[in-house]
Design a protein around this ligand. Structure first.
Ligand code: NAD
Length: 259
């Protein structure tokens, strides 16, 4: 199955970078797509420099290119898809991984944050998948992998917008798995547990340091460690390759979430 063309959103860093690296190691060609224009958010998103640097580093693993992308902008999604097709001749795997988090009690939660979370985490999947659909239909080995979360399986206090968006991502996964099955396109969700990316270090456990993070995760997670971006890459390649698996939401969470 090697040699597929793979488009990974939010691919400049964190879990997206791990997904990109895993597909490259599997012998696939990868387009990493991420924001290149600074966005106003409660922690820094990726940058043009970070996207370029990641592309250069991943090039050691295989054929990789990069494109600027805002998943909330329909035209930008179409351009990223067009660039991938131009570069690699088609799209076999779409990894809808871009996402943002914000937290806080509902009564103090800004409406703009609510909207932004749903724009990126939910509408972004719709816009990207719609843009890539013709190319996926043209592939004889097509798969969509959606990065949802264990937050899409169980709610948490002070994370209502994020959890609701991830439940929506799982709902989208199941619906699209049914809808695209006649086209032979498999659609699955990857549900990471806790990975020490910007989401944790710059927001959820900001300023608490790596040691405090590791100690907290050792305590919390049955298998005794946080998950890694490589764990997510391994699972994403599995989900994109398993020929008779569609519509599932696979927790990769060290036993923290078992459903
Ligand atoms: P991250 O912030 O490092 O990565 C998210 C990426 O998405 C960034 O590169 C960011 O620039 C990009 N992005 C944000 N808005 C975008 C937009 N409008 N258009 C294009 N790209 C955009 O964090 P991460 O943890 O690697 O997150 C990746 C995915 O994993 C997200 O969907 C997140 O919700 C999910 N997730 C993370 C964890 C965790 O513990 N870190 C757990 C479960 C699920």
């Amino acid at each position: 199955m090697a040699g597929r063309s793979v488009l990974v959103t939010g691919g400049a860093r964190g879990i997206g970078r791990g997904i990109a690296a895993a597909f490259l190691r599997a012998g696939d060609r990868v387009m990493i797509a991420d924001v290149t224009v600074p966005a106003d958010w409660n922690y820094e998103l990726a940058s043009a420099g970070e996207l370029q640097a990641t592309q250069a580093e991943l090039a050691e693993l295989g054929e990789v290119d990069a494109v600027g992308l805002d998943v909330t902008d329909s035209e930008s999604c179409q351009q990223a898809v067009a660039k991938t097709i131009e570069r690699f001749g088609g799209i076999d795997v779409l990894a809808n991984n871009a996402g943002v988090v914000d937290s806080g009690p509902l009564d103090a939660f800004p409406e703009e944050s609510w909207d932004r979370i749903f724009d990126v985490n939910v509408k972004g999947i719709y816009l990207m998948t719609r843009a890539a659909l013709d190319a996926l239909r043209a592939s004889d080995d097509a798969a969509v992998v959606i990065t949802a979360s264990i937050a899409g399986k169980r709610g948490s206090a002070n994370l209502s917008a994020y959890c609701a968006s991830k439940f929506a991502a799982v709902g989208l996964t199941q619906s699209l798995a049914q809808e695209f099955a006649p086209d032979g396109i498999r659609v699955n969700a990857l549900c990471p547990g806790i990975v020490g990316t910007a989401m944790w270090h710059d927001h959820l456990m900001a300023n608490q340091g790596e040691e405090a993070f590791e100690a907290r995760m050792q305590e919390l997670i049955p298998l005794g460690r946080p998950q890694t971006a490589d764990d997510m890459g391994e699972a994403a390649v599995y989900l994109a390759s398993a020929r008779n698996v569609s519509g599932i939401a696979l927790a990769v969470a060290g036993g923290l979430e078992m459903h």
